[in-house]
Design a protein around this ligand. Structure first.
Ligand SMILES: C[S@@+](CC[C@H](N)C(=O)[O-])C[C@H]1O[C@@H](n2cnc3c(N)ncnc32)[C@H](O)[C@@H]1O
Length: 268
């Protein structure tokens, strides 16, 4: 479905459209069936049809695989909650809460998961060894990295930007006293001109575009570090494999090595 482009329709809008069209198809099916079989039809049958149509449309709308689970669970979950006497407003409240926390999972395809202490210690070590004084967490989640880096000796400024409302306010509160600075700002509108250590823990989705931004804006002495997601087709300056449970990999890019019209080392 070409007209449903990523720019016009974020995944959540496609998912809701799929459920909406599934409901229309369900209505049509019931109307046609009623010509041959006397209604009413069982709840289970109607629920099955709604879910099946939603899954079919999810395939047509080319949504990422994890959306199938949501599309399958949503009609059944709503049905169970309503038949258990739950207030229909509860579903709305839950939905709003989900959006306030995971807004960027829907809009930017970047879910919320958090860096661990081993990663923070590695970032501090990198900053110390290379005298990187201005830290920025691009999509700072709960603001713990910003707070931690602000407390490191040698760090002049620790900043974070975040757009998902609930993590943003948690991050702001966490950094209220003596911590770093957390801004309600989209990372794509954030200047990196005076950032010497930029850190991102996002997803594979934005990495190519983010790399362009980093290359255009960061100073030559700057370091860009991506947790878990490498920049496609660019060989990092270093990869640090951390000794934590998830064997975190930090992809480290020293900006000076990629500047000046030279090809990045071993760039594909
Ligand atoms: C995987 S979490 C990482 C959180 C934190 N950096 C950490 O390492 O613990 C990614 C965060 O980036 C935020 N995010 C995604 N896209 C963003 C954007 N365009 N502008 C600002 N924040 C964004 C998400 O809301 C989410 O909180």
């Amino acid at each position: 479905m070409k007209f449903l482009t990523e720019q016009n329709f974020p995944p959540i809008a496609k998912a809701l459209l799929a459920q909406f069209f599934a409901m229309l198809l369900l209505g049509l099916t019931v109307f046609l069936l009623a010509q041959f079989v006397a209604p009413p039809f069982s709840d289970g049958f109607l629920l099955f049809l709604q879910t099946a149509y939603a899954v079919l449309l999810t395939t047509l709308f080319v949504l990422p695989r994890w959306w199938y689970l949501i599309q399958i669970l949503l009609p059944g979950g709503l049905y169970l909650a309503l038949s258990a006497g739950a207030n229909p407003l509860l579903a709305l409240v839950l939905f709003v809460l989900l959006v306030l926390v995971f807004k960027n999972a829907f809009l930017e395809r970047v879910p919320l998961y958090l860096s661990n202490q081993t990663t923070r210690l590695a970032l501090a070590q990198l900053a110390r060894e290379n005298q990187l004084r201005r830290f920025m967490d691009l999509g700072c989640g709960n603001g713990l990295n910003v707070r931690f880096m602000a407390e490191q000796p040698g760090i002049d400024a620790a900043l974070g930007v975040e757009t998902a409302p609930i993590p943003l306010w948690i991050a702001k509160l966490r950094n209220l006293r003596g911590g770093g600075t957390v801004l309600a700002q989209n990372l794509w509108h954030t200047s990196l001109f005076d950032v010497s250590l930029a850190y991102a823990f996002l997803s594979p989705e934005p990495m190519a575009k983010l790399w362009q931004k980093v290359l255009q804006e960061m100073p030559d002495q700057g370091f860009f570090v991506s947790n878990s997601f490498a920049v496609p087709s660019v060989t990092p300056s270093e990869i640090w494999q951390l000794n934590d449970r998830r064997q975190t990999k930090l992809y480290i890019y020293k900006i000076a090595e990629f500047r000046g019209g030279d090809l990045p080392p071993s760039s594909a």
